[in-house]
Design a protein around this ligand. Structure first.
Ligand code: NDP
Length: 473
């Protein structure tokens, strides 16, 4: 059996308890994974505090990040990581490869952020009291960082925490998702064993959120929690740690608007793919499709055709585009929501059934905003199509949500695009593409229940450092 230990202060640590990890697609056993207690978390935090007393110079941190990017771009490791993601997350292999490519980019931008982080010169003599003094600011690490990550991007979302932490000069303790811990553990081994990151700067403590994650949140010497996951857990952590800096990247039910002057054919194809990428388990997966009534019939016909053309099956097969949800519970929940929508008057244009354990990519029409497939985050392969009569109505429908991560609009009219950027109340508005579009250097994050931060190496480094003013008298 493949035993996956915790990694604490450079040591492989076997724990008394462990969990058996199985592939969501076919249930095969993948590994026996350590389950850490509060004691393990404390050991990791104490080692991190020691690391802070002996800071790594900027050039060394940037070199470590560069090396990680170079190594991840090499085909042997890239393929190993992609296969691990495909197995533990049931992410189709080509989608998993894209995640690895993006991760290379995350490390490259973190290296750039590391090298270019600067302070400012303060105009102290602009006040009489400051005359004759010189003032400047430097940015210093916030301290030990606790990183808690979700199951759906087990490599790149872990990288979005570890890479900026290294760039900022912060030691980090990672608690990866119990459902997908293997890729994060592999990434840590890469940084520690192959890229020169000293042992005290990164620790991985696999385990459950309720025990291991909570111990990290509760630890007095953890200065900041960087969390990606569900709003319920995220805001709970915010409440439980009022004295810590807590950055939250949470859920969404992304809307996309299709105007009659937009490229309807391109929109249908992109939405079919983006709404079903990793079976809809992305925080910016397209979910609410708002289409102008003049093009509703043509758009829906093309959307259904594109969704029906998706290849469903084994995540390790080259042509698979959609595979299983993360577990049977998730599949049953999404199926229930589809049933609830149809009971309430929605129609299934395609999908809705379960074949070989996989929920088929589903398009619902005649939905209403109060149905859970519109109101909540589905996190499954379901597109809910609703029509509108005017642009104002489309904005109103799109904004009528407790979430606010990304929205999209298809239009060829510049003024419509400008108004969308102005009126759609989201962290990002994507014009002429799906809301699922993201580049890793962007300031990425949401409003309302979707979070309280902007992630992306340059912005994360700012969050993970604090300003120190220096005054020369
Ligand atoms: P969860 O919120 O269930 O879990 C996220 C992490 O938090 C896991 O590691 C989990 O541990 C841990 N956790 C659970 N309870 C606690 C607790 N009490 N204290 C500390 N940690 C805890 O999210 P999922 O893994 O199910 O991921 C899906 C969610 O993530 C969706 O809502 C999605 O939208 C969001 N997401 C947001 C992104 C963004 O950038 N905005 C990107 C990707 C996903 P464990 O599960 O191991 O027990």
């Amino acid at each position: 059996m493949n035993l996956q230990t915790a990694r604490i202060d450079g040591e492989d640590v076997a724990t008394d308890a462990s969990t058996t990890l199985r592939a969501p697609y076919d249930g095969r056993e993948l590994a026996e994974v350590a389950a850490c207690t509060a004691e393990h978390v404390d050991r990791a935090v104490q080692a991190s505090l020691a690391a802070l007393r002996d800071p790594l110079p900027t050039w060394r941190r940037a070199e470590i990040l560069d090396r990680a990017a170079e190594r991840l771009a090499e085909s042997d490791l890239a393929e190993e990581c992609a296969r691990t993601i495909a197995l533990e997350a049931a992410k189709p292999i080509n989608t998993a490869r894209t995640e690895v490519t993006r991760c290379v980019s995350t490390f490259r931008f973190a290296a750039a952020a590391c090298r270019t982080l600067t302070g400012e010169v303060l105009p102290l003599d602009a006040s009489a009291a400051g005359e004759g003094r010189l003032g400047l600011t430097i940015r210093v690490p916030v301290g030990v960082i606790g990183a808690i990550t979700p199951f759906n991007f087990p490599l790149n979302l872990v990288a979005h925490k570890l890479a900026p932490a290294i760039a900022a000069g912060c030691p980090v303790v990672l608690k990866p998702a119990q459902q997908t811990p293997l890729t994060g553990l592999r990434l840590a081994r890469l940084l520690l064993d192959e890229c020169g990151l000293p042992p005290a700067w990164l620790h991985v403590v696999p385990g459950s959120g309720s025990e291991t994650g909570a111990a990290l949140v509760d630890h007095d010497d953890v200065a900041m929690i960087t969390f990606t996951g569900s709003p319920e857990v995220g805001w709970g952590i915010r409440g439980a740690a009022p004295r810590k800096h807590v950055s939250l990247e949470l859920g969404n039910n992304a809307p996309v608007i299709i105007q009659p002057d937009g490229d309807v054919e391109a929109a249908a194809k992109k939405i079919a793919a983006a709404g079903n990428s990793h079976a809809g388990q992305s925080c910016i997966s397209v979910q609410r499709v708002l289409v102008h009534e003049d093009v509703e019939e043509a758009f829906t016909r093309q959307l259904v055709a594109a969704v029906e053309a998706l290849v469903v099956g084994d995540p390790l097969e080259e042509d698979t585009q959609v595979s299983a949800l993360i577990d049977a519970g998730a599949r049953d929940r999404v199926s229930d929501w589809v049933r609830e929508a149809t009971d309430g008057g929605a129609s299934v244009a395609t999908g809705g059934d379960v074949r070989d354990g996989i929920l088929s990519p589903t398009v619902l029409t005649d939905v209403r905003g109060d149905m859970r497939v519109c109101r909540e985050e589905v996190f499954g392969p379901v597109l809910a199509v609703q029509s509108y009569a005017s642009l104002e109505e489309a904005f109103e429908l799109a904004n009528d949500t407790r979430y606010g991560l990304h929205a999209g609009i298809y239009t060829s009219d510049l003024e419509t695009a400008r108004r969308a950027v102005q009126h759609l109340s989201f962290g990002g508005v994507i014009v002429n593409d799906v809301p699922t579009w993201r580049a890793d250097q962007m300031p990425y994050g949401g409003e309302r229940d979707s979070g309280n931060t902007r992630e992306g190496p340059f912005h994360s480094v700012l969050e993970m450092t604090t300003i120190r003013s220096a005054v020369f008298s």
